[in-house]
Design a protein around this ligand. Structure first.
Ligand SMILES: Cc1ncc(C[n+]2csc(CCOP(=O)(O)OP(=O)(O)O)c2C)c(N)n1
Ligand code: SF4
Ligand SMILES: [Mg+2]
Length: 326
């Protein structure tokens, strides 16, 4: 969980921006997601020097360059392991992951699934445009079967992964969906995802105007429907995905059933909002603290690596001796 700062210095959205040359295409949904990240961090009163943005590889993976926070542009599919290490080494940091659908659910799928087993306090924002944007529009794991965006030689022969269901099955404890052009709602969802004290997953539907010529801004706005109506609309008013910490089995199953039904919905209605917050699962930090009670006071990043006289605490001489070739 992120603790908002309460000292005199407050930061604005512009403090989370970075004046780095941006090469995203005009009209790309990535801009709305980035904007929401800037605003959400400011609204939560975070200190930019205590936030780390971790990106994968892809157009989306460039997000760390455009955040005025610490950041790492990692390897394709690997933002989760980097982010996990950063958070465990220094739990005082707020760690955001921004990555694409190809990055997270293709090459990075094994990390995605195994992250769910740990419930480390991370916020994963999936910039989901259904294509490999950076490499010119190939089908990503979220492109539905049979669709043919303009870069494909024929209709997609593979079925799609449902990101919400995958997060659910993997064990993510906060799951939501937003839309890149509904920035107000996206700011709120991003805030909630960050505040959740465990692993959060925010799937963000976003047009890629350069390569996804099927699911465009107009398509999401439902302009092709006989009765024009936005496809991206909030979850029903009576939907409540919160599973309380003391929920009994019946409540858990009822919530899960409703989750599956709404997560399955996609087409003329693409629900947005908080699909699930599961409070029954311990966080990884709680599990570590149970085993190493001093973890919170002596985090790996907080430990002194040298004694006051500048000598090191650990004598590695005998280790190195093993490698000496005579
Ligand atoms: C190990 C490895 N394999 C393949 C690539 C090529 N590659 C770069 S980005 C990318 C896919 C990006 O798609 P996505 O994650 O959806 O991001 P987007 O560009 O759509 O934001 C691929 C396959 C790579 N950089 N590294
Ligand atoms: S190729 Fe697509 S995803 Fe990449 S910057 Fe351009 S519009 Fe955005
Ligand atoms: Mg993509």
């Amino acid at each position: 969980m992120t603790t908002a700062i309460d000292d005199a210095k407050t930061f604005k959205a512009k403090d989370f921006q970075q004046a780095h040359a941006n090469d995203w295409c005009p009209g790309c949904g990535d801009f709305g997601i980035l904007n929401a990240m800037h605003q959400a961090c400011a609204k939560l009163g975070l200190d930019p020097s205590k936030v780390v943005t971790v990106g994968g590889i892809g157009c989306s993976g460039k997000a760390p360059y455009y955040m005025g926070t610490y950041g790492v542009h990692t390897l394709h599919g690997r933002p989760i392991p980097y982010a996990t290490g950063i958070k465990l080494a220094n739990p005082d940091l707020t760690v955001l992951i921004a990555g694409g659908d190809g990055d997270g659910l293709g090459i990075g799928a094994a990390h995605f699934v195994n992250a769910g087993r740990r419930n480390v306090d991370l916020t994963y924002i999936l910039m989901n445009n259904e294509v490999y944007g950076l490499t010119k529009g190939q089908a990503s794991p979220t492109l539905p079967l049979g669709l043919q965006p303009k870069s494909l030689a024929g209709p997609n022969v593979q079925g799609k992964i449902n990101p919400l269901m995958m997060a659910f099955a993997s064990g993510f404890t906060w799951i939501g969906r937003g839309y890149s052009f509904h920035v107000k709602q996206l700011v709120e969802l991003t805030q909630q995802a960050i505040m959740h004290p465990g692993l959060s997953f925010l799937d963000v539907a976003q047009p890629c105007p350069t390569y996804n010529d099927l699911h465009t801004k107009d398509w999401y706005a439902g302009k092709d429907l006989e009765e024009v109506r936005p496809r991206v609309r909030p979850l029903p008013d009576d939907y409540d995905g919160t599973i309380p910490a003391d929920a009994d089995e019946d409540v858990v199953f009822e919530k899960m059933n409703r989750f599956v039904k709404m997560a399955h919905e996609w087409g003329d209605y693409i629900p947005t909002g908080v699909f699930m917050e599961n409070k029954t699962v311990s966080t990884f930090a709680e599990r570590i603290r149970a085993r190493v009670p001093t973890y919170a006071e002596q985090t790996p990043a907080g430990r002194a690596i040298a004694l006051p006289d500048s000598t090191t605490r650990t004598d590695l001489t005998s280790v190195f001796e093993e490698f000496v070739v005579n």
